[in-house]
Design a binder for this molecule. Structure first.
Ligand code: RAM
Length: 557
């Protein structure tokens, strides 16, 4: 199957020919020889560097010593029971007697742990070896890691073995941790002297500052709690970029950035951080101009080579649009406009002559919408391209560049028509996806976001999908965000509120200090990596209740 670009090249006459000319002008399918943004990259990366924020530090100390309790009623089968104070149970005792202990800092923190030691008897004649295990959640510390079942590196688990050669010296563990709990185990000590652990503290870092108030004082306690947990989630992920999760993957992802930028608008309003992230993605795009899905900052900013994700690169355009709306920073938007154009061109190259997204036209890369196993993403991707075109056309309008993209809107219209013809089942009112005609929540929500259904049809699609037994449900708060969004678009305020309250509130009920990367109310052990302790328990894409609550107080408060 040829892409729309190729087939339009060969169509002669009438409106289509005009469209062809425009698309040729935009060189949609063409492969660029050399580096298409070579003249701009250096400058873009310099702007990104200049927007790098300072990190604010806060020192925390453990509030309690806790004992693990295996309990099938608790989230992932583990909880902690308070046992006493660090003073009485750790600092005033021989650590050789204590041997193993867990402390609770009472909150989620991202940063650096330090501790001291002091001699109780005689003098140090050998190193002391201690293992520290850091956990965001109780199960993360209490589930055995070996034999390692995870599909990502075992080194993501936050364990450090320290050899203390100078008792009395404050030691800060160099690795940045994300945790609430720290387990401390003695692995080796001499028989000839005794010592105590002393003065544990945590230097928490974030580029976000200040407290964020609930917009209406009369909000219920439950909504307030959801709001506050959501704010903390965003705060912890705001470092020198908008990270996806401070424990894992500790990097900038385009899809996460989009949602963080929305939440940032109603909270910390650090728009320079968004600007930095936009420029990083632009400066590190491929030679062919495609925004790569994720970026690392150290030792110097670089992308995850080869990680192309069309659904995410289009969301970079949406982030730029939202940034412009927030800041009126037309200079940035104009600088980055060619990158936005390029993302749409790359998307159009995946649309076949029937106006359908065709994954075979983009053999490299992936199309991410959720981690739910077995999700068919073809319909969602068709919708995401339509949405991306609309959003970029809005951006063009704000920049006075509508002429440059005049050919896109008729393509989006044709894609909508094709979607209704080929993917929409008029009888059930549902969109289906893939050869097996899979029904998923995400196919409906993205088609609603793309404006393919009117409000009445949208309500029908959501209700029918929720009522249908085999529907593939979202497995992450990322996917769930788009369902709340679609419910608002479909004029279903009560349902949107209920969903936000039960889904994110469900995490709060199960003890969340920050919102989790994956959550299925019916499966506490859901994990995209075959091992639930690998999941991040403070994940950027889960922070959007604060966005919904502030943007639509009439619905959510
Ligand atoms: C995970 C990350 C990130 C997400 C990608 C697709 O590895 O947690 O948040 O954007 O997947």
């Amino acid at each position: 199957m040829k892409s729309i670009i190729t087939s339009l090249y060969h169509t002669v006459g009438g409106r289509r020919a005009a469209m062809v000319a425009l698309l040729i002008g935009a060189s949609a399918g063409a492969v660029h020889a050399g580096d298409m943004f070579s003249d701009s990259r250096k400058g873009w990366l310099e702007i990104a560097e200049n927007c790098k924020p300072a990190l604010h530090e806060t020192i925390y100390r453990p509030v309690a010593v806790v004992t693990p309790v295996r309990d099938e009623q608790s989230f992932q089968n583990w909880r902690y029971r308070e046992a006493g104070s660090p003073d009485s149970l750790i600092y005033s005792r021989s650590f050789k007697d204590v041997e193993s202990v867990t402390v609770d800092f009472g909150r989620h923190m991202t940063g650096f742990f330090s501790f001291n030691t002091r001699i109780l008897e005689r003098c140090q004649d050998a190193p002391v070896r201690i293992r520290f295990t850091f956990g965001e959640l109780p199960a993360e510390i209490n589930t055995p890691y070996d034999p390692w079942p995870g599909t990502l590196s075992r080194a993501w688990m936050q364990e450090e073995v320290m050899n203390i050669t100078n008792i009395g010296e404050t030691i800060e563990i160099p690795r940045r941790m994300a945790c609430r709990y720290v387990k401390i185990e003695l692995l080796g000590a001499s028989n000839d002297f005794d010592f105590a652990l002393d003065d544990m503290s945590f230097r928490a870092v974030s580029s976000a500052k200040g407290e964020i108030e609930m917009p209406v004082a009369t909000a219920s306690d439950r909504m307030r709690k959801i709001h506050d947990v959501s704010v903390e989630t965003l705060r912890e992920c705001m470092q020198t970029v908008f990270e996806d999760g401070p424990k894992r993957d500790r990097r900038l992802w385009s899809g996460d950035l989009y949602l963080q930028s929305l939440a940032n608008r109603y909270t910390f309003r650090n728009f320079d951080l968004t600007k930095r992230c936009l420029y990083l993605f632009a400066g590190l795009s491929t030679d062919d101009g495609e925004v790569i899905s994720n970026i690392f900052e150290y030792p110097e900013p670089h992308p995850q080579i080869g990680s192309l994700c069309l659904s995410y690169s289009l969301l970079w355009n949406s982030t730029l649009l939202e940034y412009l709306r927030d800041t009126d920073d037309y200079e940035t938007a104009r600088n980055l406009w060619p990158v936005a154009v390029r993302q749409v061109e790359k998307a159009l190259a995946c649309v076949d002559s029937e106006y359908m997204f065709n994954p075979n036209l983009k053999p490299e890369g992936w199309f991410f919408f959720d981690w739910r196993d077995g999700l068919d993403v073809n319909t969602a991707m068709q919708a995401a391209i339509i949405f991306g075109i609309h959003q970029t056309a809005e951006l063009a309008e704000m920049l006075g560049k509508s002429d440059e993209v005049r050919s896109w809107l008729p393509v989006a219209k044709k894609m909508k028509e094709a979607s209704r013809k080929r993917l929409y089942d008029g009888k059930t009112g549902l969109f289906v996806s893939g050869g097996d005609r899979q029904v998923s929540i995400l196919s409906q929500t993205w088609m609603i976001k793309a404006g393919v259904l009117d409000k009445k049809e949208a309500r029908k699609a959501i209700n029918a999908a929720l009522a249908n037994e085999g529907t593939v449900m979202p497995g992450t708060p990322y996917a769930m965000h788009y369902l709340v969004d679609a419910m608002i678009l479909a004029d279903m305020p009560a349902e949107a509120r209920d969903l936000l309250e039960t889904y994110w509130g469900g995490m709060v009920d199960k003890g969340a200090d920050t919102f989790w990367e994956s959550y299925d109310p019916d499966d506490d052990f859901i994990s995209a990596y075959s091992f639930h302790p690998l999941n991040s328990a403070c994940h950027a894409w889960s922070c959007t209740p604060v966005y919904f609550i502030h943007k639509y107080p009439e619905i959510f408060i």
